[in-house]
Design a binder for this molecule. Structure first.
Ligand code: HSE
Length: 410
């Protein structure tokens, strides 16, 4: 009999306990072992739930039980999650976490601790909810040299954008609905401002390129400023605005991770990813392109990924070598955002095409004009400095830029 423990009994933690109890027989059959959900660590009591008698308040109860070999961490945040997870690993107990903040900030330390104590620190649930992406990256796709990863990695913002587009729902109502459904973070600012997607692209970048990428190194912009008007105008031009988390390896060998709203062409599969669904597109020299798709948030989709990790951990005798990355002090391998270059969607005050062409050169044919405003896509890719210069040049002609989005090229 192997014992499990779950740290945190919120949306995900309770999902782990309930899904485990529901599918216990088939999970045990697949593991070839008897398993017991022995402890649930939480400050609250749950007298009305069937697992109420498993609740403990002191992490030491779990740390001191030698029969607990595997722990799920679903508390979220860094404190006290980091200390608790590190202590579990130091006690030789493998940990499966859904906590992307923890992995993005402390993954290098925790992977090293797991290795030193011959156990495992797994985090499949930290990126893309139910979608298997961590294990495919370091196992199934291990033969590839990766060149880019791009994805929709936040269910809440994708759900909000979708409600705005399809149902004309305002931002706050859509956010409240996402919170009610258990998609949003405790503090939904992390979703809306792009920090959650940033943590997730940090994790994927670290795993794909082998060096820890910290959130501070990623240019991050959320969806708060996205206007329904641009969403609709973009649609008319054949694009969908999505919050895209992306990392590219550039010709100079450096990587460029970014999180920002981008206009995605309608024939790109990412433009078809709706509601709480997430998708991750991976480019590698062997596979060319592979895409992973599924529910990116929610109680049972995330619990499914945590349990998948726990089930593997029960079966492993040692630390696996493939799922790791280097702890580095420098950010030399990360390119500065100022070089980021892309074709752009612009919405300006009303302007004639010849004035715009003087600044941008040729424009793509798809252009929408009203008496008050003009909307167009540039033919050429522009970097940050070129956009700034274009905005100044337009201002001299009495034209103001009202909105601008880079175009995602898959
Ligand atoms: N708040 C996150 C999201 C939860 O909306 O994607 C899953 O990580």
């Amino acid at each position: 009999m192997e014992k499990f423990a779950v740290l945190g009994c919120g949306v995900v933690g309770s999902g782990v306990v309930e899904l485990f109890e529901k599918n216990k027989a088939l999970i045990e059959k697949r593991c070839g072992k008897s398993l017991e959900m022995a402890y649930i660590l939480d400050l609250r009591d749950f007298p009305d739930r069937p697992y109420g008698n498993k609740v403990v308040k002191d992490i030491n109860v779990i740390l001191n039980d030698p029969d607990v070999k595997v722990v799920a961490e679903c508390m979220g945040g860094l404190k006290p999650a980091f200390t608790f997870v590190k202590s579990c690993l130091e006690a030789g107990k493998s940990v499966a976490t859904s906590n992307k903040e923890l992995v993005a900030a402390k993954g290098d330390i925790l992977l090293k601790t797991a290795k030193e104590h011959d156990c495992n620190f797994f985090f499949e649930a930290s990126v893309g909810g139910a979608i298997p992406i961590i294990r495919p990256l370091h196992k199934c796709l291990a033969a590839n040299d990766f060149s880019a990863i791009a994805g929709i990695l936040n269910g809440t913002t994708n759900f909000i954008l979708n409600k705005m587009i399809k149902e004309n729902m305002d931002f706050s109502t859509a956010l409240a609905l996402a919170q009610e459904k258990g998609y949003a973070e405790k503090d939904p600012t992390a979703d809306v401002e792009g920090h959650d997607a940033c943590r997730k692209i940090c994790i994927l970048s670290s795993l794909a390129f082998g060096k820890h990428v910290y959130p501070e190194s990623v240019h991050t912009k959320g969806i708060r400023e996205v206007e329904l008007k641009d969403v609709e105008l973009c649609n008319q031009l054949g694009y969908t605005i999505k919050l895209i988390a992306r990392v590219q390896r550039l010709e100079n060998g450096k990587i460029l991770p970014t999180v920002m709203p981008m206009a995605v062409e309608e024939d790109n599969l990412l433009s078809q990813v709706n509601g709480v669904y997430n998708a991750v597109m991976v480019r590698g020299d062997g596979i060319s392109k592979a895409m992973f798709y599924g529910r990116g948030a929610g109680k049972f989709p995330t619990a499914s990924a945590v349990l998948g990790d726990m089930i593997e951990e029960v079966q492993l005798e040692h630390t696996i070598p493939s799922q790791t990355w280097e702890n580095v002090n420098s950010t030399d391998f990360i390119e500065d955002f100022s070089v980021f270059s892309a074709k752009r969607y612009f919405r300006t005050t009303s302007a004639d095409i010849s004035a715009l062409s003087e600044v941008f050169g040729e424009l793509q044919e798809r252009t929408v004009s009203t008496e008050e405003e003009t909307v167009f896509i540039t033919e050429n890719a522009l970097n940050f400095t070129e956009v700034e210069n274009a905005v100044k040049a337009l201002a001299k002609k009495g034209i103001n830029v009202l909105a601008e989005y880079p175009i995602l090229v898959s």
